[in-house]
Unconditional design. Structure first.
Length: 139
């Protein structure tokens, strides 16, 4: 990944400060590893948010492939008291934002897209290598 952790965390904090209703933001690898998180988010909650985002992004890509719908741009989950956005953010990375229910979803989506356009190429993450096959040692 190109951006140092502190710089990435600062960019996420800036996004939350500029967009009313945004609560938390994370950047994650396509396989769900937490790369960066906004302030005020515990490591455990950040990893949970990253895992959720990875799962939703994977489901959206699968639906898109199955129905020939093209590239997934953004996934939006609406809950009673929150919205959860997931968008691609560079090769092998995603940006996820959790907002309050009264957030302006158009503004959130726009600001996420602008952040990705500015720094997306620097947010690339390489996938973890596949585990080596066991050598037949009985395990």
């Amino acid at each position: 990944m190109g951006l140092p952790g502190k710089e990435l965390d600062w960019l996420l904090d800036d996004l939350l400060a500029r967009v009313p209703g945004c609560e938390h933001a994370v950047v994650l690898s396509a396989d769900g590893l937490l790369i960066g998180a906004s302030a005020g988010l515990s490591r455990d909650s950040g990893e949970h948010l990253a895992a959720m985002a990875s799962g939703f992004a994977s489901l959206a890509r699968s639906a898109s492939r199955h129905f020939g719908a093209g590239q997934v741009r953004q996934t939006l989950i609406e809950m009673d008291d929150a919205f959860f956005f997931v968008t691609a953010a560079g090769p092998g990375a995603c940006l996820a934002v959790l907002t309050k229910a009264d957030a302006d979803i158009g503004l959130v989506a726009y600001e996420m897209a602008m952040l990705v356009a500015r720094v997306g190429p620097d947010l690339s993450a390489t996938a973890r290598p596949a585990p080596a096959a066991e050598a037949g040692d009985g395990r």
